[in-house]
Design a binder for this molecule. Structure first.
Ligand SMILES: [Zn+2]
Length: 258
């Protein structure tokens, strides 16, 4: 989901794998999770033998649910905010996820417990609390030597989003990256910008453009389109062009990437 300096897919995969590895270390298996998903799979009327499910809790700072098929298995990740949720809430979450992937209609009675739980004041309070507490790994704060990302975020938010974009964690990467200028990770809800850009020779509009790009990822969550994930949808690309110095910023970044 990052802004790539180079668009060669191999390099991109490498980074994704490294991120995936880091994430695995922070998750825990949901006891009984695989059986629960198999049960709901059957209740939804999905045909054939259920796949092997691997269900884990992950320290998301919102109620994020993710699912992906990998070879024979289906990997599911639930926010660990659901760790103490009642069984019918987890079943509701499973129904929502499976209905999406297998294109089934989940009965409202099945999904309602999860939706009620997600909307409850208590859950919202816990989410806000977690957002404040969790500092993502590998990140420094938004105040760099030359650019304050917090300030840039506020002004971009006012200029391009009517001040309405919900603020994610924002920070500079601890180390310089070779391959990306920025990335948005929806799990921890976190925008990171490559520390390499935090120096005087880099024009502010180039840093703003990368931040703007990642902010668009916050606004347009990755969605499923057929079998592939779309992070840079047509709407995304169109909206990206609204950035005032779009062409100029891209030329500067192309030069920086060399
Ligand atoms: Zn991107």
């Amino acid at each position: 989901m990052g802004f790539d300096q180079r668009r060669r897919s191999g390099e991109r995969e490498g980074l994704k794998n490294r991120i995936a590895k880091r994430m695995t270390g922070r998750s825990t298996i949901v006891p009984g999770g695989a059986a629960l998903f198999q049960r709901v799979y059957t209740r939804l009327g999905c045909e054939g033998r259920p796949p092997r499910f691997r269900v884990e809790f992950y320290p998301y700072s919102s109620l994020v649910l993710t699912i992906r098929r990998r070879e024979e298995a289906v990997w599911v990740r639930l926010s660990d905010l659901l760790q103490r949720a009642p069984l019918d809430v987890l079943e509701g979450a499973a129904a929502l996820l499976l209905a999406r992937v297998y294109r089934r209609r989940a009965a409202a009675s099945l999904t309602r417990p999860y939706l009620d739980y997600a909307r409850s004041d208590r859950t919202r309070q816990r989410i806000n609390y977690m957002r404040r507490r969790r500092i993502p790994p590998g990140a420094a704060g938004p105040q760099g030597r030359h650019f304050d990302l917090q300030k840039l975020f506020e002004s971009l938010n006012a200029r391009y989003f009517d001040g309405k974009l919900q603020r994610p964690h924002i920070g500079w990467s601890n180390r310089s990256w070779r391959r990306q200028f920025g990335c948005y990770d929806p799990g921890p809800n976190h925008i990171l910008l490559n520390r390499r850009m935090d120096r005087p020779g880099v024009p502010q509009f180039a840093v703003e453009y990368v931040l703007f790009h990642e902010m668009l990822h916050v606004k347009h969550p990755t969605r499923r389109s057929g079998c592939s994930l779309v992070s840079h949808s047509r709407e995304f690309r169109e909206e990206e062009k609204r950035f005032a110095e779009f062409e100029h910023a891209r030329r500067v970044l192309d030069r920086l990437a060399r």
